[in-house]
Design a protein around this ligand. Structure first.
Ligand SMILES: NC(=O)c1ccc[n+]([C@@H]2O[C@H](COP(=O)([O-])OP(=O)(O)OC[C@H]3O[C@@H](n4cnc5c(N)ncnc54)[C@H](OP(=O)(O)O)[C@@H]3O)[C@@H](O)[C@H]2O)c1
Length: 292
């Protein structure tokens, strides 16, 4: 498999496509906003004007767009992927979406003689650029096996998890961790700063314990500096939190903390913090304490 299509060249999609070019793949790309394909064009990708053309030029199409509605638009609307169907075409969706929506989308692809895999990932553009994502895959095992070598170039760990939707359930549980970690660090840093203690001391001690995380070892220092250059926007995490609470509702379960976190992230977006990095949630916590 050498001809790979990428639909959605936002922060993550652009990095995945650049890495595939580095690995010698023949990459065809499309993005709704054309300006975001310039870097890829310069590096040798073929840029086309519709998802249909991406499908026509590819053996495997990887979709990396905002949400389930966007996946449906690029897949099934006029000049969508299904219009470019040909023998053996496989679609793999890397967008973070609801597991139930994912099953509906897979079914619709199958009605159009296309197999769709779920391939949500952990890690942002900074690790995608070197092929170091962690990938969770689900769907048809034979199709997965056909794409496995490509997936292993994109990610340094690839987990095949079973039927459609499975990978997305785990991805949501992963982003639940991210949500809580960013909030816990925000509140911890705010607490020590208000106590006139150097927050770097807090991180030094936290990172000497069992409770350290990649986030406390890396992004937390940027949070202290007020550096929220986005690798994953706060608005996109808020979108995922809504998917988590919606999924919980459909499962008939209560997840009390994520419901509270949803309020906090929603308020932060309302206050104009949506386009900064999700770790910028600390700004919202700080602002809530400004007059205190
Ligand atoms: N960044 C990360 O660290 C990360 C990690 C894991 C998973 N993800 C997931 O990967 C997906 C992309 O994330 P990102 O960080 O790359 O986000 P992003 O930079 O905001 O890019 C979003 C992409 O979706 C496209 N899009 C949105 N609505 C669309 C529509 N209705 N029709 C067609 N295209 C549409 C955008 O096109 P335009 O440019 O035209 O707006 C853009 O290419 C999301 O589902 C996100 O949750 C991200």
């Amino acid at each position: 498999m050498n001809k790979i299509g990428i639909i959605g060249t936002g922060m993550l999609g652009n990095a995945v496509a650049l890495h595939l070019l580095d690995e010698g793949f023949d990459v065809t790309a499309y993005n709704r906003t054309k300006g975001k394909t310039i870097q890829l064009k310069e590096k040798g990708a073929k840029i086309v004007t519709s998802p249909k053309e991406v499908a026509e030029n590819s053996e495997l199409v990887i979709t990396i767009v905002k949400d389930a509605n966007a996946v449906k638009e690029i897949s099934f609307e006029s000049n969508g992927i299904v219009k470019g169907v040909h023998e053996g075409l496989i679609v793999a969706d890397m967008s973070t979406i609801d597991p139930e929506e994912s099953k509906i989308i897979s079914k619709k692809f199958l009605e159009n003689n296309i197999t769709k895999l779920d391939i949500p990932v952990m890690g942002g553009p900074n690790v995608a650029i070197s092929g170091d994502l962690v990938m969770m895959a689900s769907g048809n095992k034979n199709s997965f096996n056909q794409c496995k070598e490509v997936f292993e170039k994109i990610a340094n760990r690839v987990f095949f998890l079973g039927n459609e939707g499975t990978a997305h359930s785990i991805k949501l549980a992963m982003n639940l961790q991210i949500t809580m970690l960013a909030l816990a660090l925000s509140e911890g840093i705010t607490l020590v700063e208000k106590s006139n203690v150097d927050p770097k001391k807090f991180l030094e001690i936290l990172n000497s314990t069992y409770f350290k995380t990649g986030m406390s070892e890396k992004k937390a220092y940027k949070m202290i500096e007020g550096d929220y250059d986005a690798t994953f926007t706060l608005a996109n995490l808020k979108k995922d939190i809504s998917t988590m609470t919606n999924t919980a509702k459909n499962l008939g379960i209560k997840l009390p903390m994520i419901e509270k976190a949803q309020q906090v992230y929603e308020n932060a977006v309302k206050e104009g913090l949506g386009e900064i990095d999700y770790t910028g949630i600390i700004e919202y916590v700080k602002k809530s304490n400004e007059s205190k």
